[in-house]
Ligand binder design. Structure first.
Ligand SMILES: *Cc1c(COP(=O)(O)O)cnc(C)c1O
Length: 377
């Protein structure tokens, strides 16, 4: 599988010897994070959100690790992600498709045994027609919009469905769900408002399990847990409680290889646009990772080597970044050595502000050239 994945997504050049950078994904930490979320949830069940290829870390690896913890329910965003996940994890787990069904995707979703999250009356009737064609009931989740205005049926649509039971004929309703807009701000007034609206709308529908909480929602309070929680970020080590200590374990380590080192004289321009000029004789190391690998061009930061902080200097290039290594003893960092860009000391949450973004985007931006190593399976 590893070899096939490598050949499929990275090309034959990916090996420890030839790769420019390494992404190590600790599946043992993912499993521990799942156990911590389950402990926080108590009686409610815990799914795993593995959309966007498991936030870039490998959906099939993550899902199989979570199955080892007893997880039987997964969420992806796209039908295609669901089809790939089904092939990787076998027929038994429930796979929900959050973005629902684009027109004409119904047969593919059915063939892969996916459960669409139906977000509109139109999607509901298309799935009902599919059930009629198939000759048996088809499973589905309904999403209601409780106040995020992104996806899900409006209150009027929910009332229309509630008023006409025929709209659910041939649908085996497994779940009613909604999504919180402000769960990462524990004090935001929208949280309670959305929870109350969700509880009002689901009371109009058949009594099936309900799901509202994402990672941060799990940490609001137990009124948000319902029967099933849908964490993604927290599984991958992103802090679900911003401003407080991260209750999760870090999952990834990102390391880049040194390609070349040099010393430049005072006054010499460094990198594209000569955005930096050496203020003194400066020792530099160029590492094999750049914006094509998802390290945004505007994102400053530093690398680490044996506990020393090595600041970026000059612009981030497509395939490389220049580090100021003047604080290291001469010869301490050589061609082929690895420096850390993300690890337990400099986490994805730590580097996100320099992206002008959030840790979610740091993770999902990480590119396809890394030599990916899954440990702790
Ligand atoms: C992405 C997503 C989740 C997971 O959210 P996290 O904040 O990563 O835990 C849950 N539900 C829906 C609808 C989502 O789109």
């Amino acid at each position: 599988m590893n070899q096939a994945l490598r050949m499929g997504t990275l090309g034959a050049a990916d090996s420890a010897a030839t790769a420019g950078a390494f992404l190590t994904i600790d599946l043992g930490a993912v499993r521990e994070n799942y156990r911590r979320l389950k402990a926080q949830l108590g009686a409610a069940r815990c799914a795993g959100v593995v959309k966007a290829d498991g936030y870039g870390l490998g959906a099939s690896h993550v899902a199989r690790a979570l199955m080892g913890e007893g997880c039987t329910t997964f969420f992806v965003a796209h039908v295609g992600e669901g089809i790939a996940l089904r092939a990787a994890i076998g027929p038994d787990p429930v796979i929900y498709v959050l973005n629902g069904l684009p027109p004409r995707a119904e047969p593919d979703a059915l063939a892969a045994g996916l459960v669409p999250v139906l977000n509109s009356i139109g999607q509901l009737s298309a799935w009902r027609k599919m059930a009629a064609t198939a000759g048996h009931a088809l499973p589905a989740a309904l999403q209601v919009d409780s106040g995020m205005s992104r996806l899900g049926m409006s209150a009027a649509e929910v009332e229309a469905v509630a008023a006409d039971p025929a709209t659910l004929e041939g649908i085996e309703l497994l779940l009613v769900m909604s999504h919180l807009a402000c769960a990462d701000e524990a004090d935001h007034v929208a949280n309670d408002a959305q929870r109350l609206e969700f509880d009002r709308l689901r009371a109009l529908l058949p009594a099936v399990p309900a799901s509202l909480a994402n990672s941060s929602g799990i940490f609001l309070n137990s009124a948000y847990h319902h029967q099933l929680a849908r964490p993604g970020a927290a599984l991958y080590g992103i802090n679900p409680t911003p401003g407080q200590e991260n209750p999760m374990l870090p999952v990834i380590r990102l390391q880049a290889k040194v390609i070349q080192t040099r010393t430049v004289e005072k006054g010499v321009g460094i990198g594209y646009g000569h955005r930096s000029i050496a203020q003194d004789p400066t020792r530099l190391a160029t590492i094999s990772l750049g914006y094509a690998d998802g390290w945004h061009r505007q994102a400053g930061a530093s690398a680490r080597f044996k506990g020393m902080i090595l600041p970026f200097i000059g612009r981030v290039s497509m395939d490389s970044i220049i580090l100021d290594i003047s604080t290291l003893p001469e010869g301490a960092l050589k061609e082929g050595d690895l420096v850390d860009l993300i690890n337990a000391e400099q986490t994805i949450d730590d580097v996100a502000p320099s992206y002008g973004s959030i840790a979610y985007e740091v993770l999902t931006s990480l590119g396809h050239r890394f030599h990916r190593i899954h440990i702790g399976a």
